[in-house]
Ligand binder design. Sequence first.
Ligand SMILES: [Zn+2]
Length: 156
Amino acid sequence: MKLTSIVKEVSNEDHSLFAFRSEIDPDFEVFIIYPENERYREMKIMFEQWGSAFIDLSEKQIFIDGKEVNKKWFTNNHLIFQQAHEIAHSVLKHDSDFDEDQEAEADFVAIQICKARGKYKAATLGNKQFIKRNGIEYKEYKFSKRAGLLLQEYIL
Ligand SMILES: [Zn+2]
């Protein structure tokens, strides 16, 4: 099922859906779906399965749970890092069922993407939450040669 068929059916004038091109990479579209959205219940199942942000790799579309965005601690840096993380899965050519190693790799590459795009606060956030998310300190993480090459290709 195409996920945009869900979100695009909703009238675009309400505030329950926010759609924009990613500031990290305009090739990617971002959709924030809030609980007030009439199709939220369907989206919620996917957020529960894939996390509060996930990407449709073939469509280059990122879906973010508005319930998370509404939380007090959530900042624009979280939003930027989430986008960078999802874009990193695409840069790294991961398949859609990501394992733990791929999540750590995506976090690592997301930090590099944030730095390359001048989003230093988002990069710092990614660095700080790295150990909690991946069980290893960012500075101790060893990335593969493959990841390094794909990243270089993307950033240059
Ligand atoms: Zn991920």
